[in-house]
Structures are given as C-alpha cells and as structure tokens.
Design a protein around this ligand. Structure first.
Ligand code: AHG
Ligand code: MN
Ligand code: MN
Length: 327
C-alpha cells in the first residue's frame, strides 16, 4: 500500500469535531494507543511471560479477573491519567468511577480487555472504549458517566488478532486502521466500512437455547432454514462483531437466562461503530444508543449487526408480545 494514511493524519481530517475538540481527542487517543501497543506487545509474547491465568479476584460484574485484564486496565488508566485530558474514567475492572484530572474536559469508559476467557488459548481479544465530553453543569460523577449512548463523541475498539486493528468512529463513518508493529503506527486499511444489510453469519452461544424466548427460537429457526447463514461464535464480542461487521452478520447475547454484556462500555461503543457502518444495535425492543444506564455495570441484551437481521429479530419480539408468534 503506497503512502498509507496514518491514524494521526486521518483524525486531523475529521471535520465533525471542532478544532479544539479534535486536538484534545487526538491527545486522548494518543495516550490510549500507548496502552494498546503495550497490551499488543504483551499479548504477542503471552506464553513466554507471566501474564496468563487468573489474577485471583472478581470484578464488579462478578467475573473472575484474568492477569491480563488487570494489566490492560492499569495500562489504560495510567496513560489517560498522564495525559491530563480526562476528568472521569470508568472501567469494567473497577467497581466505582475513577476520578481523573480536575480540569479534564472528557469522560472515557472502557473494557480494557474483552474476551479475556480466550487469552490462554491465543484466541483474538480486544479493547473497547467510548469518549464523552464532560458535562459542565454536572459535578456528580454518576451524572458525568451514566450518559445516553447517543452522547458519545468517539467510540472505538482494538482487536488483537492475526493483526492488531483499531476501528473507530467520531460520527463520520466507521474506519479501520492496522498497526504496523515495525513502525509502531496505525495506518488506514479499511476506510468507510459498510456492513452488508443482510447477514451471512449468526453468532450466539446456543448452550443457553433451553432458556431462549419464543422470538429467539423463531428467529434462529428462520436463520437455519434460510440456507444463507453459517454459525460462528468466538466468545470475544470484539472478534465476533468485527468479523460480522466486515462479512455481514448478527451477534446476539440474549437476556434469557441472564444478560451478560455491559451497556456502557460494550453495548454503546460497539453499537455506535456498527450503526456508523450502516448496521444496527438494539436490546431487542429499542435502539441501544437511546438507552441511559441506571448504574455503571448495568447489563443488557445485545442484538447487533446487519440492519435487516436486527430488524427481523425485533419484529419477532413484537409478535411475541402480541401473542401472534408461532414459535
Ligand atoms: P469480557 O471478557 O470483557 O468479560 O467479555 C466477555 C463477553 C464477550 O466478549 C463475549 O462475547 C461473551 O462474554 C462470551 O460469553 P459466554 O462465554 O457466556 O458465551
Ligand atoms: Mn467485554
Ligand atoms: Mn473485559
């Protein structure tokens, strides 16, 4: 690829951001990508250094914390603190909101390592983040962080896969950048990602099938009878959604028997990124981005991917509510 555009050059062209905000966002993302590169470096040597296995504690969601969850969390917090632009942070790995710089004008929420059950097996994992502007009128940390998904000004994920990629949006489309490890720089490799409106992949953990709703069972039998789909489920939200974003597909984490994914730092960023690529994200009855979390680690059903697939699932949920579904 001759003269690929670097992430820094690309963000300078993001006209949806005012010059002042763009400079701040570039600074925050620079800091975040320092943490990302350190996570990338550790992951590429995972079997050789002591970063696999459990950390011996539980996070706020009651998940067993992996050593690399902790390492990734600390890397992101320290680089964002050092940058001085962030007033409040929230992490999957911290029960409470983390205070930042008193004059920090932004809020950053993140899942430092997504799919961490896969680390020891060398399967793709990710980092997910969202940035909001600090609300001047609200000093209360909860009012600053528990925001409607549509208030995000930046959303992104990094997938640590066969290559390490950053996929992000500032509301002007969704763009992908690939890390050149020899240069330590991300270069534009997937401009203006557009996800197919009809999927060919469905991603769901079918071990929970006995608990699925009538709408979910009807949806899955339609998918299986259709003949266009194949089933793929990695168990890393970032990896499953990234593949479906590029190929066309739907990822569902249902709320029966129990919702698992967190609205603030999984549903919102992944939802905006997919919407900006022409896809959809809902909780089965409403757009994910229209929701407001009542508490930091609130869980949600997540139905995300190709627009027509998400719409079909929502139709079946409505039919079930009306009692007209023949599941
Ligand atoms: P995290 O590692 O950040 O807790 O996220 C794991 C999530 C998501 O990435 C993945 O799709 C899902 O958990 C897998 O859950 P199941 O093992 O229940 O299928
Ligand atoms: Mn996660
Ligand atoms: Mn995580």
């Amino acid at each position: 690829m001759q003269n690929p555009i670097s992430f820094h050059e690309h963000i300078l062209e993001e006209k949806t951001l005012s010059p002042e905000v763009r400079t701040d966002i570039e600074r925050i993302l620079d800091d975040l990508l320092i943490a990302v590169k350190s996570i990338h470096n550790k992951l590429s040597r995972a079997g050789l250094i002591d970063i696999q296995g459990e950390a011996g504690s539980e996070n706020a969601s009651g998940d067993a914390v992996k050593k690399l969850d902790r390492i990734a969390h600390e890397a992101v917090v320290s680089t964002l603190h050092a940058g001085g632009c962030v007033g409040f942070m929230a992490s999957e790995e911290e029960k409470e909101i983390i205070g930042g710089s008193s004059d920090g004008k932004y809020v950053v929420v993140f899942d430092p390592l997504d799919g961490s059950s896969n680390i020891d097996a060398n399967v793709s994992v990710g980092t997910i983040f969202s940035i909001y502007k600090r609300k001047n009128e609200a000093e209360n940390a909860n009012e600053q962080v528990l925001r409607r998904g549509s208030e995000q000004i930046v959303a992104g994920y990094v997938i640590y896969g066969s290559s390490t990629m950053l996929v992000y949006t500032v509301g002007a489309g969704t763009h992908g950048f690939t890390l050149d490890p020899s240069l330590g720089e991300f270069y534009l490799s997937h401009p203006h990602i557009q996800t197919p409106v009809d999927g060919t992949v469905y991603s769901i953990n079918e071990v929970y099938e006995p608990h699925f709703s009538g709408a979910m069972k009807a949806f899955l039998s339609e998918i299986k009878e259709h003949g266009r789909y194949t089933g793929r489920y990695i168990g890393s939200l970032v990896a499953d959604v990234h593949r479906n974003l590029l190929y066309g597909g739907i990822y569902i984490y249902p709320d029966k028997p129990k919702a698992k994914l967190r609205l603030l730092y999984e549903g919102f960023p992944m939802g905006w990124i997919v919407e900006q690529a022409g896809g959809a994200a809902s909780n089965g009855t409403q757009k994910i981005l229209d929701m407001i979390p009542a508490e930091l680690h609130q869980r949600t059903q997540l139905v995300i991917g190709s627009k027509n697939d998400v719409a079909r699932y929502e139709e079946l949920v409505k039919q079930e509510e009306l009692g007209t579904i023949n599941a």
